[in-house]
Design a protein around this ligand. Sequence first.
Ligand code: PEP
Ligand code: MG
Length: 547
Amino acid sequence: MNSIAKPSLFRGIGIGETAVYGKIRFIGEKKPAPERKSRGAAAEKREFDAALTQARAETSALYRKTLAAAGKEAASIFEIHEMLLCDPDFIDLVHSGISKGLSAPDAVREAGESLAGIFEGLEDEYLSARAADMRDISSRVCSIITGGEDEREGDGSPEIIVCRDLTPGDTVKLDTERVAGFVTFAGSVNSHTAILARAMDIPALIRAEEFGPELDGAPAILDAQAASLSVNPTPEEMLKLAESLQRREAERSRLRTLAALPAVTKSGRRIALYANIGSTAEAEAAYRAGAEGIGLFRSEFLFIGRDDLPGEEEQFEAYRDVASLFADRAGPVVIRTLDIGADKSLPALRLDAEENPALGMRGIRLCLSRPELFRTQIRAILRASAYGKTAIMLPMITCSDEIARTKRIISEEKNRLRFEEVAFDESIGLGIMIETPAAAIMAHELARECDFFSVGTNDLFQYTLAADRQNHRLAYLEEGGVEPVMRLIKLASEGIHSAGEDKWLGICGEMAADVKLTETLLAAGADELSVSPPYLSRIKDRVRGID
Ligand code: PEP
Ligand code: MG
């Protein structure tokens, strides 16, 4: 138990929006496993191989569980774990440790640490984040061999988990009944752990100021919005939290009643509120949360994390399932065509290496250079359009020629389907993403070529500020960057709305999910907002509060 009852405040980066109370549970210093001598190389290797098989089976079960609960993006973590569990370097290192006389658990720990150290030393943030995954899988294999770690019994109070870095595997296994939130001293906003925390709606504080295990068991308030952890909170803070919890509970039940209501401002302006998804599982969550349509189906998530490419039939089935599910909703299912390139790689395409991939062959540029890949997807979307209102959206557009070339392809594929007597929606809409300053500036002209627009603020931000969206060292540009991006949105909106009354503008980047920006986005002319399913009711509530 903690011996210090002094109130203290620790700051970090907040993930999520809520404040929670709980007792600190320090899981940073794991108890060392009992010493174990080698029982001979052959026996230790057998034990390791059996544990490896079990770990792979468990990981594949975790993959399926996460896929069903949180979609493909979140589940991809366990695909990485499966890959690491099959990594010949890892297996060879363990075998060689065992041959040198180590017990299987010691050899696994040593190999895991040594490979994690190599990952940590890599410049690339994505690859260096794999160190946590390496430690996760080696500790899983170890605990299988040693019979698992002791699980400390809680006293029933909510807990705030504190540790150096929570692995994605630990995160998905968190018992959300008991764990109110978590704090890590490491981590980054783009890590898989942060993505999972958002999808699971667990508030977190990452890169927190460090403190030691002497605070284990101390009461604390984790406030994700204020980006702070208050340990041994004062009676005033507790009172404030109790009031805010009461308000939050009342608000949650009010938000639940909003699911069936329209997103309309007090002055009567109707906003289309749609969802961002990457899988059919997420489509179901969006439907339950009352989304009126799908504003962004990131189709590349059907392609990423596999060795082959999904064919027309497989794509058609996924698009059809979402289109049929939303057939009774007012809005369309907007399927964005493949957005590969930059940070989203697809080894099966064997792309040429580029010096500046974010400025290279990504999104529509890549699709137009691979007509067969593009035509397959277009056909699958056209066929799905027979099952519910569907629209096609093109990523990374910079000029009208890209839209004109795509329209020729769509028209040819339509002709082919007509000839084959395959049903599709003749009036299927075509939209483009505004992700480049060029598209925002030229929106009026581009509006002659398409029906609607959606601003990808994540990319529009990085291309406007010339700041890689994955690079956490550029986070200081975030606040000041909002204004230039807003001005571009306003410029685009004026261009689009003056081009025709039926043209509409949506926002589907992360800015759409920020309640602080809702009013400004609507004032800039947004007709539609598209956010990930857990954010739908909060945004609807905000819209309904705007005069
Ligand atoms: C965006 O760029 O804002 C967007 C929605 O697309 P993605 O995040 O998939 O690049
Ligand atoms: Mg984008």
